[in-house]
Design a protein around this ligand. Structure first.
Ligand SMILES: Nc1ncnc2c1ncn2[C@@H]1O[C@H](COP(=O)(O)OP(=O)(O)OP(=O)(O)O)[C@@H](O)[C@H]1O
Length: 658
């Protein structure tokens, strides 16, 4: 049982940044700061409300560097691709540079790989191929815009609706500054290309190398290059053979992997060229076609659903209006929307008109009957007695409709008569014909008065013959009444109720007659507009737009005949690992290593590795083993010193720059 309100712990007030982003929970911390899940209070679209806020301590950031970061962020906001985490906003809040990005509910690829590893199952090849294609498309997009990622790794690749999105684009770039650093060591070494490790500079092909490493990670559920230490990993990347391809994946996919992990960047394909590798291009075509088929069949289904929804809602609307009409007393009238009031008025107007028509035609019938009687009195009594239908009684009363009027043509003149009286069957017709033969007056009647059976007069519904009169009895033309409609068979009396069409679509036509008499007020117009906007918002499916974008990207990649030029100078100049990023990384690495090893062991490992590594570039494997043996003598678990190794390397790079 929940505690009474006064005993409940008061809810902690949530932090709101920039008057707009309410912090919901911490997602985790990385090299550049902390990521938070936030609610965008100003976002109207429910699906987009949740976003990610990255809080990066800027500490000693120089004023001109802050300007650079803001400028960089503005440029990054322009990157718009289904495969790239959308960059929404950036601002300074106290000592923090904050970045707002799209939220990917599927987490990162690192987590996905861990999930499969835990389940001891493989990621299906089709899924791997799909993700790699999406990844290459996104990389191609940014390379075309001369933007490098520089830190592609499974922790930076996110999943939203099971589709790949590259994240942290530019966060490293924002923090890079313009330092011309020979080495461009940014992140985890696992995805670093040989040219970067050999200090030959970072270019667009270095990002492609990282994609190759990611491909391997997806099939093998482990890094392509693993080692006991940073140097071990680096050595494998630069020197050793490619890792063993796991069984269960095609040799075509292996060929793609081998092609991408070409050590020489000049020979390595660009993202655009990778998408052209026949196996990838073929798969891309298949994926595109499948999406298109799904899309089309969904569209088809949606159309059918929409039609039935429209029908149902029209019927519901009709029922609702009927109910309102019946209960429209004063208080309810006040509570109705202007649109409802307008429709009620229209319905009442239409019903009044139907009632007027009914009365008018009844009056006319009475007049006709009167005139007929008067004429009959002046006729030969014998002939009158022989009138064929004078005493005819309907035998199929169940076929009589409830009411309504129809105008039927009699000698090209419309004649209004109550509908749905009984019509004799074929046998009865024959009987009547016999009578007619006996009686020439009856035959004359049949020729002059009874309209021949019209195509729409199927079944037994025809005007009551007893109410018709011989044209010769009264030559006054019967003028069609105003607003009287000549219905086709489709508009049968079965469709009418209380003089108003029962089918919503017929009712619409029926009411439309009175439309002119009811100019909708501005109030009503406004309401109609509001309804439209609300509907269009509901229908806007951002996800579908993304699928379509993705399809277009695939088509473009397939169509693209020119290969992307090698990006060298501009790319290398695009930025290096700047002081802010490096300092933050050093700080975070130190904290993480101390947490893992404890302060004492950390200090020992740090000074040992600094000593062992410094001044000894290009360690070979034997030396590496020696270092590890040395480490084993001073710490409990030498493999845990991997972070310290990274730290030492980073400090060394920093000292080189200075
Ligand atoms: N756009 C996002 N959508 C969903 N989760 C995210 C998003 N961005 C980051 N995260 C999650 O937040 C946590 C911290 O992410 P962050 O990018 O700050 O660090 P990292 O990726 O773990 O490390 P690094 O700094 O090396 O990139 C991670 O668990 C990550 O999966």
């Amino acid at each position: 049982m929940p505690l009474p309100k006064h005993l409940q712990k008061p809810e902690k007030k949530k932090r709101v940044l920039a008057n707009r982003y309410r912090v919901e929970k911490r997602l985790g911390s990385g090299n550049f700061g902390t990521a938070w899940l936030v609610t965008d209070l100003k976002c109207k679209d429910e699906k987009e409300k949740l976003k990610v806020l990255k809080e990066i301590a800027v500490g000693e950031l120089q004023p001109d560097e802050t300007v650079d970061a803001v400028h960089e962020a503005t440029l990054l906001r322009k990157l718009d691709h289904p495969g790239i985490v959308k960059f929404h906003d950036s601002f300074l809040e106290g000592d923090f540079f904050c970045i707002i990005t799209e939220y990917c509910e599927g987490g990162d690829l690192d987590g996905k790989v861990a999930e499969y590893k835990k389940k001891k199952t493989r990621i299906p090849e089709a899924q791997v191929v799909e993700w790699i294609i999406q990844l290459l498309l996104a990389v191609q997009y940014m390379h075309d815009r001369r933007v490098l990622h520089r830190d592609l790794k499974s922790r930076n690749i996110f999943l939203r609706n099971n589709r790949i999105k590259i994240g942290d684009f530019g966060i490293s770039r924002i923090l890079m500054g313009s330092t011309d650093m020979a080495s461009t060591f940014v992140g985890t070494p696992y995805y670093m290309s040989p040219e970067v490790l050999k200090h030959e500079g970072y270019n667009s092909k270095s990002d492609v190398w990282s994609v190759g490493c990611l491909l391997y990670e997806l099939v093998a559920l482990q890094h392509a290059f693993e080692g006991e230490s940073l140097m071990g990993v680096m050595y494998k990347i630069v020197e050793s053979n490619l890792p063993q391809w796991p069984s269960g994946y095609s040799k075509e996919l292996k060929a793609v992997f081998v092609r991408i992990l070409e050590r020489d960047p000049a020979k390595r394909p660009s993202a655009s060229e990778s998408l052209k590798i026949p196996f990838i291009a073929k798969q891309m075509m298949l994926i595109k076609n499948t999406i298109m088929e799904k899309h089309h069949s969904k569209e088809h289904k949606d159309n059918i659903n929409l039609e039935s929804q429209q029908l149902v809602s029209a019927m519901k609307g009709r029922m609702h209006m009927d109910a309102l009409k019946q209960e429209s007393d004063d208080s309810k009238w006040k509570n109705m929307t202007p649109r409802e009031r307008m429709r009620i008025k229209k319905m009442q107007k239409a019903d009044e008109e139907a009632e007027r028509l009914k009365k008018a035609s009844q009056q006319q019938l009475q007049d006709n009957a009167q005139r007929y009687n008067q004429n009959r009195q002046s006729m030969d009594p014998y002939e009158t007695r022989r009138l064929p239908w004078a005493d005819h009684r309907p035998t199929r009363s169940q076929t009589q409709p409830k009411g309504g009027f129809a105008t039927i043509p009699v000698h090209d003149r419309p004649y209004t008569a109550p509908m749905g009286r009984y019509m004799p069957t074929e046998d009865e017709d024959e009987e009547e014909e016999e009578d007619e033969e006996e009686n020439p007056f009856g035959a004359r009647y049949s020729q002059t008065m009874i309209p021949s059976r019209q195509p729409w007069q199927t079944g037994t519904l025809v005007p009551d013959r007893t109410t018709l009169r011989p044209a010769s009895f009264d030559d006054r033309p019967i003028t069609p009444m105003k607003n009287t409609m000549v219905y086709s068979r489709e508009y049968s009396t079965l469709d009418f109720k209380d003089g108003v069409p029962d089918k919503p679509e017929l009712a619409e036509t029926y009411y439309s007659q009175f439309e002119d008499e009811f100019e909708p007020s501005e109030e009503v117009d406004e309401e109609a507009d509001r309804t439209l906007v609300a509907n269009s918002n509901m229908e806007a499916d951002e996800d579908e737009d993304e699928v379509e974008d993705l399809m277009n990207c695939m088509q473009n990649a397939l169509d693209k005949s020119d290969t992307v030029k090698m990006q060298t100078l501009a790319d290398t100049e695009a930025g290096a690992f700047g002081p802010i990023a490096r300092d933050t990384k050093i700080k975070n690495l130190t904290a993480e290593a101390i947490r893992k090893l404890g302060e004492e062991q950390f200090e020992r490992a740090h000074s040992y590795l600094k000593q062992a590594r410094f001044g000894k570039p290009g360690e070979n494997q034997a030396e590496e083993k020696e270092i590890m043996r040395g480490l084993a003598q001073i710490v409990e678990s030498p493999t845990d010193c991997f972070l310290v190794d990274q730290l030492v390397f980073l400090e060394y790079q920093a000292s080189m720059t200075m």
